[in-house]
Design a protein around this ligand. Sequence first.
Ligand SMILES: C[C@H](C(=O)O)C(=O)SCCNC(=O)CCNC(=O)[C@H](O)C(C)(C)COP(=O)(O)OP(=O)(O)OC[C@H]1O[C@@H](n2cnc3c(N)ncnc32)[C@H](O)[C@@H]1OP(=O)(O)O
Ligand SMILES: [Co+2]
Length: 134
Amino acid sequence: MIGRLNHVAIAVPDLDAASAQYRNTLGAKVGAPQDEPDHGVTVVFIELPNTKIELLYPLGEASPIAGFLEKNPAGGIHHICYEVDDILAARDRLKAEGARVLGSGEPKIGAHGKPVLFLHPKDFNGCLVELEQV
Ligand SMILES: C[C@H](C(=O)O)C(=O)SCCNC(=O)CCNC(=O)[C@H](O)C(C)(C)COP(=O)(O)OP(=O)(O)OC[C@H]1O[C@@H](n2cnc3c(N)ncnc32)[C@H](O)[C@@H]1OP(=O)(O)O
Ligand SMILES: [Co+2]
């Protein structure tokens, strides 16, 4: 059911410093910061030849990454995103198998303008999983 790895997301305590490090030290193609108020994060996308890295920084009062950064003040890998062809079919199959779909259970439009959903990390080996319909 899952397809390509769309991105790996890293929560960071300093977005400018992390962007500069990926651009200058690691020599990557780093985009501009993008506010995603519906998701409570500011995102910087880094394009690698085979996937993307998503740098995340909290936006607004109730950011879903605030607690993660409190527990991991130096930052850390926050989630991985797999591509799916049909996000509603994927959601229904996962729910039927007992996985917890986060939020309202309805897909939201993600940073790439495509529908996304999140699955509880406790149901996936301690790894928060995002699904994106491509
Ligand atoms: C826009 C964009 C895009 O790509 O398009 C994005 O990705 S937006 C990316 C940001 N959006 C999201 O993350 C949305 C989905 N996330 C959520 O709903 C929430 O963050 C959540 C339910 C995963 C965690 O919520 P929370 O921090 O309030 O909950 P708690 O702190 O109580 O966490 C419950 C348990 O899960 C663990 N836990 C929390 N977050 C993570 C994580 N990222 N990876 C692995 N484990 C995690 C905690 O350590 C804790 O474990 P223990 O009990 O053992 O201590
Ligand atoms: Co993401």
